[in-house]
Write a protein that binds this ligand. Sequence first.
Ligand code: TMP
Length: 237
Amino acid sequence: MQKKYELYRGKVKTLYSTNDPDLLVIEFRDAVSALDGKRIEYFKRKGLINNKLNYFIMSMLEKSGISTHVQSLYSHNEVVVKNLDMIPLECVIRNRSAGSLVQRLGVVEGRVLDPPIFEIFLKNDSKHDPLVNESHCQTLNLVDMNHLVCMRGLSFKINDFLYRLFDSLDLILVDFKLEFGLFDGKVVLGDEFSPDSARLWDRDTLNKMDKDIYRCGLPGLIDAYEDLADRLGVILD
Ligand code: TMP
C-alpha cells in the first residue's frame, strides 16, 4: 500500500489517499489547536505521541470487539485507516462535568455524572459545532436514526471499556469525543481517540493530562502526554 495525494488538511491532521480506494493515511502533525483553530501552535513530538496513543487505544478497542477504522501504523506519525463515509456528528460522553457542560449549565466542575451524559454535536466549524438532540437529527435528516442508535450504543460501550482502563492507571476519564463513519453499511469508529479529544485527570492530584493544559495556557503539554503514554505502556521511540 502506498500513500498518494493530500485529500484534506485539517487543523492538526492531514488525510491522504492511497493506491487502495478502501484505505487512507492520516498524518498527525506536530500542532495543537484551540478556539476553533483560531489558536494553533507547534509542539515537537506531538504528532508521534498522538499517533501512537491513538493506535494503542484503537487497537485495544478492536480487541474488545469494537470495529474501528485503524489498520496499521504507517510511520511514526501516520496511520493507515479504512476509508469511511463519515457521519458529520460528534458524540460526546461525559463521566464528570467539565468544559462546555459547565459553561452551558453552570454545573460545578468535576461533579460525577451518573449515569454518564451522551451529547451530539453537529460538525460545522462556521456554526461552531452546535449541540443538537435526537429530534434535530431525525427531523433535519442529519443521520439515519438506526445509525444514531448504533453510535449511542457504541459510545457507551467504549466508555465502559475505557473508563475501566484509565481507572486502572489512576486516571479519571472525564469526557471524550468520538466520530463514526460507515464501511460496507456498518457503523465503525473513525477519527481519533487521544488527549486532544478527551479529558483525563490524575485521580490523586486531579491534574489535567490532556489538551485543557494548552486551552488554559498552562505549561507541560508534551510532558503530560508522555506521562500518559508511559502509564499505558505505549513505547514512543
Ligand atoms: P466540550 O466540553 O468542549 O464540549 O468537549 C467535550 C469533550 O469533547 C472534550 O474531551 C473535548 C472533546 N471535543 C473535541 O475533541 N472536539 C470538539 O470539537 C469538541 C466540541 C469537543
